[in-house]
Design a binder for this molecule. Structure first.
Ligand SMILES: [Zn+2]
Length: 219
């Protein structure tokens, strides 16, 4: 497709992917101009479209500054209502949806609201996990976890199950992040994208001989 810069009227090609990525806005390719403009104003399938199309796909902002701010506020309210409606149908799942979350983060930044922390335990990988018996009658579970998500995540709960020599579970406990993180990490318990963290748990050794163990992260 083709469009023209609303500032310098330079003709430029544009793809639907670009429109979608920029939410209808495009950076002028002419170096001297390089304005961010509404690409939908002069959108066309042919090169020689000079006048705006009768039916624009996007409401263009009025030129009058006061009307403009009303338009912006209107859009924000519209979007807030949209979030409200989506939240109503999707419940708390929406901020946890990786394709919606960047949008929500952007608009929450504008509206100064707080999104619930992203929690996808499936996007946490365990690099090393080990259970060792110490000489002082304690067992130590340690692991290195890594956040593969594009967002910071809350540290998960750790469910540790001990198995006997027959492979049957005989003890299970759920640990909170403050149980397995170093004491000095008092600050917000968030794991940044791509960050790795060492976790370690020290427990009294059970009477039953440990034949194995399993663990999983839960929210
Ligand atoms: Zn331009």
């Amino acid at each position: 497709m083709f469009t023209r810069c609303t500032e310098c009227r330079t003709l430029q090609t544009v793809t639907t992917q670009q429109l979608r990525a920029g939410h209808g806005m495009l950076r002028c390719k002419k170096k001297k101009c390089s304005k961010l403009f509404n690409a939908l104003e002069f959108i066309s399938d042919t090169k020689d479209q000079e006048t705006p199309l009768a039916t624009t796909h996007w409401p263009s902002a009025p030129k009058n500054p006061t009307e403009k701010s009303y338009w912006l506020i209107g859009s924000l309210i519209g979007f807030t209502l949209l979030i409200g409606q989506l939240s109503y149908f999707e419940g708390p799942a929406l901020p946890q949806n990786p394709s919606f979350r960047p949008w929500l983060e952007k608009f929450c930044g504008l509206l100064a609201c707080q999104l619930p922390t992203y929690q996808h335990t499936k996007e946490l990988t365990v690099l090393q996990g080990a259970l060792t018996t110490q000489s002082d009658q304690t067992i130590v579970f340690s692991a290195v976890i890594s956040n593969q998500a594009a967002f910071e995540q809350a540290y998960p709960k750790l469910k540790l199950t001990l198995l006997d020599y027959a492979g049957l579970p005989f003890s299970q406990r759920v640990f909170q992040p403050h149980d397995y993180l170093p004491k000095e990490s008092a600050a917000p318990l968030l794991l940044l994208p791509d960050a790795t963290s060492e976790i370690s748990l020290s427990l009294a050794a059970p009477k039953t001989k440990i034949g194995g163990y399993t663990f999983e992260f839960t929210n």
